[in-house]
Design a protein around this ligand. Structure first.
Ligand code: AMP
Length: 219
């Protein structure tokens, strides 16, 4: 199973990707997580990406395409993967297609999770991440906690720079102007499933699974 999870920042792609990754036993490839790790470790890529990310802008296509090629051709991805955060531009989508044909992949499906913009701004403002493991939480669920339920790190919750209100607005603008055209590109190829993201985590997941089954893509 090869899935491309598509949708606006804050729509719940990361959360759904983690569940689907377990459902199908395929790796969750989040370009945002890979970049945040690179920034934390101050690798060459991290040094180039850090400032761009904190402004809510996109890391250049050539860097992202090189990164995704390396990951998707690695041994962990031979039996499938779920891509979260890539492609984010039409140039990336075309490069991904070229890579798929080189490594003989023809079954990738794009799942588009939709949601209303006002709801997204509210969600992003109210989410916190763990500095240690990157897990994302809703503020009200962790208000009385001082350790991360996932990794046990103490006092590690923070508001990601790119989840601050002015940066959120910029990320949403970038999504509309630069990333949305990717959807038309995939629609023209016919392998798109659309799911409303304004529901509980469990229900959104159920809808994704049902749509995959309906299209005979659940195996
Ligand atoms: P995310 O966690 O997916 O929202 O990604 C966080 C940030 O990483 C984005 O706002 C971009 O700055 C950068 N990023 C992640 N994936 C890509 C991509 N495919 N192309 C360009 N920039 C990306």
């Amino acid at each position: 199973m090869r899935i491309i999870l598509f949708g606006s920042p804050g729509v719940g792609k990361g959360t759904q990707a983690k569940i689907i990754s377990k459902n199908f036993n395929i790796p969750h490839i989040s370009t945002g997580d890979i970049l945040r790790k690179a920034v934390k470790e101050q690798t060459e890529l991290g040094k180039k990406a850090g400032e761009i990310m904190s402004r809510g802008e996109l890391v250049p296509d050539d860097l992202m395409i090189a990164l995704i090629k390396e990951v998707l051709t690695s041994a962990e991805c031979v039996n499938g993967f779920i891509l979260d955060g890539f492609p984010r531009t039409t140039v990336q989508a075309i490069a991904l297609d070229k890579l798929f044909s080189q490594i003989e992949i023809s079954d990738a499906v794009l799942i588009y999770i939709t949601a209303d913009e006002n709801e997204i701004i509210k969600r992003l403002n109210n989410r916190r991440a763990c500095k240690q493991c990157g897990s994302i939480y809703v503020l009200k669920d962790i208000e009385n906690l001082n350790t991360c339920p996932n990794c046990g790190a103490k006092n590690s919750f923070y508001l990601r720079n790119d989840d601050k209100e002015d940066v959120i607005k910029n990320r949403l603008e970038v999504f509309k102007s630069t990333t949305m055209p990717v959807l038309d590109y995939y629609k023209s190829k016919g392998r798109v499933i659309e799911v409303n993201g304004l529901d509980t985590i469990e229900n959104v997941n159920k809808k994704i699974i049902e749509s995959l089954k309906a299209k005979n893509l659940y195996h």
